[in-house]
Design a protein around this ligand. Sequence first.
Ligand SMILES: Cc1ncc(COP(=O)(O)O)c(C=O)c1O
Length: 419
Amino acid sequence: MKSRREFLSAGAAMGVLAATHSRAATTAPAKSCVADCSISELNERIVRRDFRGITKDMLPTPCLIVDLDLFNANVKQLADTAKSNGINVRPHVKVHKSVDVARHQMSAGAIGLTCSTIAEAELFSGAGIKGMMWTKQPVGLNNTQRAIALSKKDPTFMFVSDDAQVLEWVEEAAAAHNAKVRILVSVYAGLARQGMEAGQPAVDLAKKVAVSKHMQFEGFMAYSGNAAHVKGFEARRKASMEVLAGVRESKALALKAGLPVNIISGGSTGTYNIDHETGLTELQAATYVFMDTDYFTVGGNDGDMKRYNDFKPALTVLTTIDSQYHPNLISTDYGAKALARPTDIVKEMPWLKVGNGGAEYGALTWKDGEQHPKVGDLLEIYPSNLDMSTNAFDRYYIAQGDKIVDVWPIMGRTGAAQR
Ligand SMILES: Cc1ncc(COP(=O)(O)O)c(C=O)c1O
């Protein structure tokens, strides 16, 4: 371990040492810890659902904070718009992995939920939510058995496929368990990771499903993830129309061949007010509930080309500023394990640059003359990518102003057979 003298000289040699900044000179924490800060007391209160008097400054940091009013406004905005545009909502749970969030979405009129792993489908179905759609195909013994078991337990569950061989395995497994499974054919819509050629090949696969004994054809999925973040509403609309032409053609050919097409699923936060025109019957939007900085600047239909004002930033990472010895740089406890990224944005101090100082260390930097935080301050930071950030935490603290009014668990590493 370096002595303080070694540290000081190393810093001076690197030319980064603060003028003179001893610990004694740093500002004391804004609020000293009192008995209420005890983590066991906090956890007991959460179990009892007694949130009286719990405020943000009592929480262990880093942690996730949801602004309840903004979250509710986001859920309502998407639900109301979809309703007036005549398109269904089956929101994707991958960004939140929370039964509580899902219940808000269902109460606002969602017809089910979309998920990216079989574990997510099991969790939400187990919580009593119907209409789970899994956007990957089951491959391998474990996934296949679980998909069949869930289909038997919950006949509203469905999943996608883009592969004739996989469908043969599924049919065989379903036959062995006397199950009937519901299938959507996944069609390419601009993302190379998944989706077969649209048009006749997709319809041929749909026919294979339709004539089978243990599978039922429900329709198509076409997820156009690249179109979602195209900047500017009109450009995004154009990109979406183009990339979804294939699934529209697939539907037309399927209907011509006498195959009913109940569902065309896809869409995103960026295209929620576009996809009723692109041919989709339902939306898989995800990020809109909380928003992340990746979406802040895609531009909306309100003429603002730079901001996406349709949905409000409802989720932040709360972090404690815990050390400063160098000029224009201060340390936080929001580091690599909490997935701090340079594209994150500090709430109310957007000029601060977010950096990563190690597993449990984050860094904030600023230019000379800019306002900056001090040791002991609490800051909130908007994360860049919800999928990643929410996967690093076990719970959301639900806030109204400074008050914590609820705690929602995140499905995570405990309680699930996989993510
Ligand atoms: C399959 C699928 N559907 C829908 C979405 C929509 O997500 P968002 O609304 O966050 O753009 C995603 C996001 O990655 C996805 O992977």
